[in-house]
Design a binder for this molecule. Structure first.
Ligand code: ZN
Ligand code: ZN
Length: 109
């Protein structure tokens, strides 16, 4: 094997690594999305995506539902720690920044 052969082979392998890394990144994104598949109509707003609330002036107004964050649907959310925030954990989901009750990590969505 000549030096040029070596260099060529290194370039090929490096490109291969880069391609695999891109592939992994894409798969991780997809995994995230799949773990967030919202399968159930939100029990708080019944799919209307909105909730009524009393604003500072005492008027009734509507805003994006705080349980489903305006998606209208919810599904189990898998935390980094491996535990699942199930669909019946309404109070956890209602928080502005929901945290995993097991490990305290912020939950996305
Ligand atoms: Zn809702
Ligand atoms: Zn957790």
């Amino acid at each position: 094997m000549t030096m040029t052969d070596c260099q060529h082979r290194i370039t090929v392998l490096e490109n291969e690594i880069k391609m695999r890394q891109d592939e992994i990144r894409e798969l991780k994104c997809r995994e995230d999305l799949l773990s967030m598949t919202f399968t159930t109509t939100c029990p708080a707003c019944e799919g209307s995506r909105e909730e009524r609330y009393i604003d500072a002036a005492g008027d009734t107004d509507t805003r994006a539902c705080s349980v489903c964050k305006g998606y209208g649907r919810i599904g189990p959310i898998k935390c980094k720690c491996g535990k699942v925030i199930d669909i019946d954990m309404i109070e956890t989901r209602r928080q502005k920044y929901p945290k995993c009750p097991w490990c305290g990590e912020l939950i996305r969505k």
